[in-house]
Design a protein around this ligand. Sequence first.
Ligand code: SAH
Ligand code: SF4
Length: 407
Amino acid sequence: MVSLDIEKARTGRERAVLPDRGPSDIPVDLVGLDRSQIEGHLVQAGLGPKEARMRSRQLWNWIHVNGVTDFSAMTNVSKAGRQLFADRFVIGRPERVSEQVSSDGTRKWLFRFSDAGQPNMPPVDVETVYIPEPGRGTLCVSSQVGCTLTCSFCHTGTQRLVRNLTSGEIVAQLLMARQLLGDFPGGIRPTDGLVPSGDTRAITNIVMMGMGEPLYNYDNVKRAMLIFADGDGLSVSRRRITLSTSGVVDRIAPIGRETGVMLAISLHAVRNDLRNELVPINRKWPLEELLEACRTYPGVSNARRITFEYVMLKGINDSDADARKLVRLLANIPAKINLIPFNPWPGSPYECSDWDRIEKFSDIVNRAGYASPVRTPRGRDIAAACGQLKSESERLSFRQRKALETE
Ligand code: SAH
Ligand code: SF4
């Protein structure tokens, strides 16, 4: 057992009794680990249980509250302790490959995660989007690179799944965004966008609405969301974290029970025949089963409504009859409706409904008692809007796979 208190740190004795690390040991990235995992690594490193708990609390705070990446900045940890950390751990950040700022202040970053410490985890490029609004800022986080599903109106759906992101890569998107937006203590806000100033955090809300289907990467997404919500760390309220799913029905109740986050459903059609076409997962879990899962979502109430996303596709799903059916379908579910003007992408087979059609549709929905905001497309000029995300990782992963094959 090793103690790292200051007295012993001065003698340096504790270093002598640390178990040796083999040359093949890769430093463990602490980002994306939960508290008990960090504690476990500290125990493995030779610390007693009590001290491991205390040190893991310190690490937790430095990583998530202060956003440090360098152990030498951890001023309340003895020198020997910092050395122990630096020998065994890293606090990873992706490379920022690019940053685009839209004329409306939306930012899109391309982050490169070079490796997840495992040979079967090729490097990937991931898009993360920041959407500032007066008094709040939303980070749109990716959960996968590509998607196994093939929703016909979605650009991400044309990129086959490269791989799931690890919980570290999901959490790192928020850490990196906070760092770039000056959201950690002592940070400096960029002045070129609409980033909220003053005491408000730049990022107040998180939506799991980037690349991928979060419920097909269940464990990593769950762990990452619990880390987002941890009150001693990143401290994003569960009511300000929303997970969007195309309808992986058997995972909806578990994610609600285990995380308590808000739910959004990519509905987009009110008839099974059309939804089968637009959102093919509907063939496995049709509307009736999806809506039943929503009705019984843990914690759902008028104060915690489910958001239904509905993309407006010209001549496809935008008739008055569709609007009336939508209202009927959601009658006994505490719901919010988000009408999303379709965002075109190169080669997309649809057009966005005309503005007056969207208004008529939204009038019907409003008259039924829903405040149904038409979501203003954000960041369209930098292809950062809903459904426009797609990275080049396909080619990277192919090369990587080739390299692995020839090894
Ligand atoms: N895979 C999850 C999370 C992605 S969220 C899901 O499908 O829910 C992205 C949201 O944008 C989803 O509601 C998706 O249906 C919607 N979307 C996809 N392509 C779009 C496009 N071209 N225009 C507008 N919205 C789109
Ligand atoms: Fe995947 Fe969601 Fe796009 Fe469908 S809408 S292809 S589930 S990312």
